[in-house]
Design a protein around this ligand. Structure first.
Ligand code: SAH
Length: 460
């Protein structure tokens, strides 16, 4: 049975990898190679033009708030800086790519999104091919991952054609939502009618699939869904705690009394609600970051998967409950002081996968984290690279493909830094039981079905 699913997934991969190569493709490269404007510039550019013009409005907003009500938690600081509806970093900027502040795996190579697409189809098949399939992406950036996933769906329409597929995007940034709409629906979209409608934009892909945009996961309709969150959880607000002689104290953000326009970290003088409730019993580290908002989203995903069926695939940098101080800023692909010119740089913290596993509870199965390198290898990235190289004659594009593969897979680049983690219905991994009254012979009892990406694919 294990081999059965492996074979099925490898069948999906070989099907989606085989493309007709037009005669012109032999010269110019086939359309199967999607160009990305930003290649391989992870942390490499010098200061951005923004460096010269800080955003006084965000700093002013924060300093007046702190002066009025006292120091704020790091979580509140992060939430304001990133998602304040007027001046938030994500709300105002398009930060992805060579001209932005950071670059992500789906922006580096189409192979990433294509293999995620195969994973989604394989989980849909593993769930017994339900008639409705909602693809839900949290924080879709420029829409590149969703576009690559949908291309795989188009190529495998003979496999998934029987299902009614819809795309649901959870995005707080109007700037990015516009880019996503351009990438996925062209000009076909329309704004929502009124404030009551949780869908703030809707459209259709060129294949006619409905696409809806929401601000919150809560608003996405119930039903069998596969959720994808790539570099989403690291952008959610974290609380920071420091162990002291008097017990755990929460790290807060205050105005520096000596420098009017500067912020500084301070320790709360007594326990806060967060320090009393979020530190795990038996915690051994001296400094801890807890993303309570991430935990709440995981609980919601777990509930939805238990009730409506489906799976979640989470890809991010992170650790398994071992790291301490990971809060940092990125601006123009360089590390940036988290308290300096707030709103002008990305703020991020490593995802604590052990915390996500704990908050998911026992109602779902958790797999991973496995390194991006292992996940993509298990998904067949080597075969995919060979197919793309075979369909491409242009030496510079071939070189791009090889470099982007190296960026995604090299342990010293993104290969070991990023991880994949998954939530699945418990039944997905359970050994099928014999129906009542029927006795199965021991050796006929099939093994649990392997989940693509988390186990090596078996080719027939
Ligand atoms: N997944 C994309 C983008 C990662 S950047 C990629 O890998 O390329 C983080 C994304 O999450 C952005 O689209 C940002 O606008 C969105 N985002 C950040 N905080 C959010 C929140 N609280 N709710 C919804 N979307 C959020």
């Amino acid at each position: 049975m294990g081999a059965f699913v492996g074979v099925k997934t490898s069948y999906l991969i070989s099907r989606s990898f085989i493309r007709p190569v037009s005669p012109s493709a032999a010269v110019s490269c086939s359309s199967s190679v999607r160009w990305r404007p930003a290649q391989l510039r992870l942390f490499c550019s010098s200061s951005s033009p923004d460096e010269q013009k800080p955003r006084p409005s965000m700093l002013r907003h924060l300093t007046s708030k702190i002066k009025a009500t006292g120091p704020i938690t790091v979580a509140e600081y992060m939430r304001e800086v990133l998602t304040n509806p007027v001046t938030g970093y994500y709300v105002k900027n398009s930060m992805l790519g060579a001209d932005g502040d950071f670059i992500t795996s789906p922006e580096i190579s189409q192979m990433f999104g294509e293999l995620v697409g195969i994973w989604i189809i394989s989980e849909w098949m593993g769930a017994g091919r339900p008639k409705q399939l909602q693809l839900v992406e949290l924080g879709p950036g420029k829409g590149s991952l969703a576009a690559d996933v949908l291309r795989v769906f188009r190529q495998l329409s003979s496999v998934v054609g029987g299902a009614s597929v819809s795309l649901h995007l959870v995005e707080v940034s109007p700037v990015l939502a516009r880019l996503q709409a351009d990438a996925l629906t062209g000009s076909s979209g329309e704004e929502a009618d009124g404030d009551e409608d949780p869908v703030y934009h809707r459209g259709r892909t060129r294949d006619g699939l409905p696409v809806s945009w929401y601000r919150r996961l809560d608003d996405v309709p119930a039903g069998f869904s596969v959720f994808v969150a790539q570099e989403f959880f690291d952008a959610l607000p974290i609380h920071k705690f420091q162990r002291t002689d008097r017990g755990w104290r929460e790290v807060m953000v205050d105005v520096d009394p000596e420098k009017e326009e500067q912020l500084r970290f301070v320790l709360a003088p007594s326990p806060t609600l967060a320090s009393s409730t979020l530190i795990q019993a038996g915690e051994r580290r001296n400094h801890v970051e807890v993303c309570a908002e991430g935990g709440a989203i995981i609980q919601q995903l777990a509930r939805r998967i238990t009730d409506g069926g489906g799976a979640a695939l989470i890809a991010d940098y992170g650790h398994d409950g071992t790291k301490t101080d990971t809060f940092r800023g990125f601006k123009g692909h360089q590390l940036h002081d988290v308290l300096s010119s707030p709103g002008s740089a990305d703020l991020t913290a490593d995802v604590d996968f052990s915390y996500l596993r704990k908050t998911a509870g026992g109602g779902v199965a958790c797999l991973g984290p496995v390194s991006q390198r292992n996940f993509l290898k298990n998904m067949g990235i080597d075969a995919r690279l060979q197919v793309l190289l075979r369909s491409c004659a242009d030496p510079s594009v071939r070189q791009q493909l090889i470099s982007s593969y190296d960026m995604l897979m090299n342990p010293k680049k993104m290969g070991e830094r990023f991880h994949f983690f998954s939530l699945l219905q418990l039944s997905r991994l359970a050994r099928p039981t014999a129906p009542n009254g029927l006795k199965l012979e021991k050796n006929k009892n099939p093994a649990p079905l392997p989940v693509a990406g988390f186990t090596e694919l078996q080719y027939s």
